[in-house]
Design a protein around this ligand. Structure first.
Ligand code: PMP
Length: 535
């Protein structure tokens, strides 16, 4: 119901019809007015001789239109003397400046680009909706269900007080943040990073990635980009938006691992170097490398990085290193490929304040690399968003400065490790094996035993059926057991989707209470798994 009150005039629209509009109206006006006006209003409608006319008029205004936001316009102090007058007034109602007519003229618009009009709901929105509909414990999307630490929130609040922090930042980024990112990367990469030429600040890592693709791919040239599957779902559309063509090379579980019955390590997912090399053509421009990896949790070893680097070198390729989870490894060191010999020159490393500080909504990220690579990346960024938000850049700069001294990253890593272990224990108790992540905050659970027990006549909505077996598994899981995850086939091209049909991705960046609530819900799953598999 929409109500706009202007002096003694109010505007009411209600999709449920005039009675509902009337009742809500009665609830909204002050009691004094309600008795002064509303009951007269009601009487006018119901008792006076031309009530049919009034009824028809109100109905037409209040609910007959398809978009439902059609106002009933009443002047509270107007003394209506007849329903005819009321009806006339209602019929001449205006929405904005447009008179309502019986039939709205057909609106003709240009067609949306097929790239976007053909796109269904993104997996996050879709699964969040499914989860919300059944009140599921949401372990799907990778956002934190707990607040950031106080010093981080305070840094953002303080930033807003300074007036200059509320105006445009330079496209490259606020000097304070550029400096802090340069300090952090100088230490990580073991070289002096120049904040004025080797860093750019972006609207999250996503926009940094889009900027690099935009800078190095050319429309009409079919430049190819190698993506390792499962590949974070933004890569494919971002490459396409920049005019590039994604080429997929899947990570495969090592021979001899029985992932359906036993836990395996994220390190058991390997890149076949021959397959990588075979995917490269004269049109290849970029290899995207994500370590620590979403959703597997794989932290690429030095040897693997060296082999990938050698391929890039042999074919003169750019490496885009998506290292947004660089701070989250469990018992294994994260190595930036840019630290390997001759790799700095061909690598843009992308990072995210959202991941680093548990503030995914702040939308601050960065790209770090040699000036020759950052210059075009920054030029693209300037045309995509011009600049990212100023106060939160300042907030991140302050948080980075403080985190060096307050032990935040160590504490955070321990907290994540506890959450990871708790979620793994929950699934161990149920009897579903998982891929033990060495990094990031996701757990891939092998739910083939659940898939095998989905009743053959289970009713799936069309929007799920058309997305394949893995979406059906995840939908079934959410509906029946009340805990939501994400179907990892969304991270695959059609050719390789089947590699992930049995898996569900759960995020463990959630509160202890959230994880315990999930554990409780999943008790019914234990029972379910004792039942027979479908034929
Ligand atoms: N890369 C990977 C691998 C991610 O998982 C994410 C976020 N889920 C991003 C990039 C995007 O990071 P940001 O929120 O900073 O845009």
């Amino acid at each position: 119901m929409t109500r706009i009150k202007k002096r003694n005039t109010c505007l009411v629209a209600d999709p449920n019809g005039w009675k509902s509009a009337f009742l809500k109206f009665v609830h909204q006006v002050k009691p004094y007015r309600a008795c002064q006006f509303c009951f007269k209003f009601y009487r006018y409608l119901m008792l006076i001789s031309q009530k049919q006319l009034a009824h028809a008029a109100i109905q037409r205004i209040a609910c007959a239109q398809t978009n439902s936001h059609i106002p009933l316009y009443c002047n509270i102090r107007t003394r209506l003397t007849s329903s005819r007058q009321l009806a006339r007034m209602a019929l001449s109602t205006k929405v904005g400046n447009t008179s309502q007519t019986e039939t709205a003229p057909e609106v003709r618009l240009p067609q949306a680009s097929p790239m976007y009009s053909a796109t269904g709901l993104d997996v996050w929105t879709m699964m969040n909706q499914v989860a919300a509909a059944v009140g599921a414990v949401n372990l799907g999307q990778g956002f934190m269900s707990y607040p950031p630490k106080d010093f981080i929130r305070q840094a953002a609040q303080d930033a807003l007080v300074e007036n200059t922090h509320n105006q445009y930042a330079p496209p490259r980024g606020r000097p304070g943040l550029l400096e802090q990112v340069a300090v952090r990367f100088s230490e990580r990469l073991g070289r002096d990073i120049d904040s004025g030429s080797e860093v750019s600040v972006h609207a999250g890592a996503n926009e940094a990635l889009l900027s690099v693709f935009t800078a190095f791919l050319e429309h009409g040239q079919d430049h190819e980009v190698i993506l390792m599957e499962p590949a974070f779902d933004q890569y494919t559309p971002n490459v396409a938006m920049a005019g590039g063509v994604p080429v997929y090379v899947p990570l495969r579980v090592r021979d001899g691992c029985d992932a359906a019955t036993h836990d395996i390590s994220s390190d058991d997912w390997r890149l076949d170097m021959a397959e990588l090399e075979a995917a490269i053509t004269p049109k290849t421009r970029i290899i995207v490398l994500n370590t620590p990896h979403n959703p597997i949790g794989k932290v690429f070893t030095c040897d693997e990085l060296a082999l990938i680097g050698a391929v890039a070198e042999r074919h003169n390729l750019l490496i885009v290193a998506d290292e947004v989870y660089e701070h989250l490894t469990f018992g294994r060191d994260h190595v930036s490929i840019a630290t390997l010999p001759r790799m700095w020159e061909r690598t843009v490393t992308v990072g995210s304040a959202g991941k680093l500080f548990g503030v995914t909504g702040w939308r601050v990220g960065w790209a770090v690399g040699p000036a020759a690579l950052i210059r075009p990346t920054l030029a693209a960024h300037t045309r995509i968003v011009f600049t990212s938000n100023t106060p939160l850049q300042e907030g991140v700069a302050t948080a980075l400065r403080q985190a060096v001294h307050n032990g935040f990253f160590t504490i955070q890593r321990e907290e994540y490790l506890r959450r990871r272990d708790r979620l793994m224990a929950i699934f161990a108790d149920i009897g579903l094996p998982c891929v033990v992540p060495d990094g990031a905050y996701y757990l891939l659970v092998n739910a083939s035993a659940v898939r095998a027990r989905i009743p053959t006549d289970y009713a799936f909505p069309d929007f799920i059926t058309e997305r394949g077996a893995n979406f059906k598994l995840v939908y079934f899981f959410i509906k029946e057991f009340g805990v939501s995850g994400i179907p990892p086939t969304e991270f695959y091209s059609d050719a390789h989707k089947d590699l992930a049909n049995d898996y569900i991705r759960f995020a463990f960046c959630k509160t202890e209470e959230g994880l315990e609530a999930a554990a409780e819900r999943l008790q019914t799953l234990k029972q379910f798994l004792r039942g027979p598999a479908q034929a």
